[in-house]
Design a binder for this molecule. Structure first.
Ligand code: SF4
Length: 335
């Protein structure tokens, strides 16, 4: 039976086709890491180092941690890491990471809020015969049976409380923690939004956890049906972050056309249609201009006004002048 995780479920929700690429076809694609993700990973490693040392009664100073961060940064940075935001450099990201570490240190020092059970803890969650797995950044407990699931975020977006109160990832981890230890009396879900120096919390009732299990089972049911029917439609929305864009049927045609040499590019059916459309549009504008000139020629009299009744000499003279004017425009044959 397949094993699931929050990120696997989220991939199917955001785009079934991307799910098929990632978990079924697994093509080799050139990936890259964004500077945001790189910085977040380094900050995670520093906080892991901090709490792993505390387990052995070693308390690092802030300077120690910043030096460790610097070392990690230099050792891991490569040209594969991409700065996406215009006008920013790797140095900007590095400084944000330093600020996250400094703020965290000053807020929680001497780091005695609960006892750290583990960092980067793998948890298995059983839901009606299905197995889900997850990774908890840090799990703490207190003698009164309070467990806290801590998650570090270096994101520059601060979510509203309502989003945290319905967050699936940490709530699933709660189920895993409750299944693993009998002395759990209460579980708090704690997010550290490091770039904002904010700690946000949420809790789940047993009823909410049961509802979560039902929704996860329903989603797994959808995935299994998609697998049975081999029906994984594309869903655009996260394409800018999708590593499978070059292989995706939504984008394949565009990529193919872009890659053609210019002479072949111009003969490509899609490009031909666009060019044809542009020509027709230009012709339409030309005709509209001619129509306008005709109207002016007929309505604006550069000659003496004809008599308004009958077909006297004024009338014939006006017709002759109109014919001459239209002939000057030269765009319409006058019989
Ligand atoms: S490029 Fe967009 S539509 Fe295609 S698989 Fe990726 S997310 Fe889905």
């Amino acid at each position: 039976m397949a094993t699931y995780s929050h990120s696997k479920l989220a991939k199917f929700e955001s785009c079934p086709r991307a799910y098929k690429f990632a978990y079924i076809e697994r093509p080799e694609v050139e990936g890259f890491e964004t500077a945001d993700a790189f910085m977040g990973s380094r900050v995670h490693e520093v906080l892991q180092h901090l709490y792993e040392d505390i387990k052995y009664e070693k308390r690092n100073s802030l300077d120690d941690l910043l030096a460790y961060y610097d070392e990690l940064w230099e050792k891991n940075w490569s040209d594969e890491v991409k700065v996406i935001k215009e006008g920013l450099t790797p140095e900007h990201y590095k400084r944000v990471g330093e600020r996250c570490i400094r703020d965290y240190y000053q807020r929680y020092e001497p780091f005695d809020q609960g006892r750290t059970i583990a960092t980067e803890l793998r948890v298995a969650i059983e839901v009606e015969g299905y197995k889900l797995q997850g990774l908890i950044d840090r799990l703490t407990s207190s003698p009164d049976g309070l467990y806290e699931i801590h998650d570090y975020k270096a994101s520059q977006r601060l979510p509203p409380q309502q989003k945290l109160d319905t967050d699936r990832q940490l709530a699933l981890y709660q189920i895993g923690v409750q299944q693993r230890w009998r002395d759990v009396k209460r579980v708090d879900l704690v997010w550290h939004y490091l770039a904002f120096d904010k700690e946000l919390r949420s809790e789940r009732t047993e009823g909410q956890l049961e509802e979560l299990e039902r929704s996860v089972l329903s989603l797994i049911g959808q995935i299994e049906r998609a697998e049975d029917l081999d029906d994984f439609p594309t869903r655009r929305g996260y394409c800018d972050w999708c590593e499978f864009q070059d292989l995706c049927p939504e984008w394949g045609h565009l990529r193919k056309v872009e890659a053609l040499p210019k002479n072949k590019f111009l003969g490509e059916p899609g490009v031909k249609l666009v060019n044809e459309f542009a020509k027709l549009r230009s012709k339409q504008e030309e005709l509209e201009e001619q129509e306008e000139k005709l109207r002016e020629a007929i309505i604006i009299p550069p000659f003496s006004p004809p008599s308004t009744t009958g077909t006297g000499p004024g009338y014939f003279s006006a017709i002759a002048q109109a014919r001459q004017k239209l002939a000057e425009i030269g765009s319409v044959a006058i019989e």
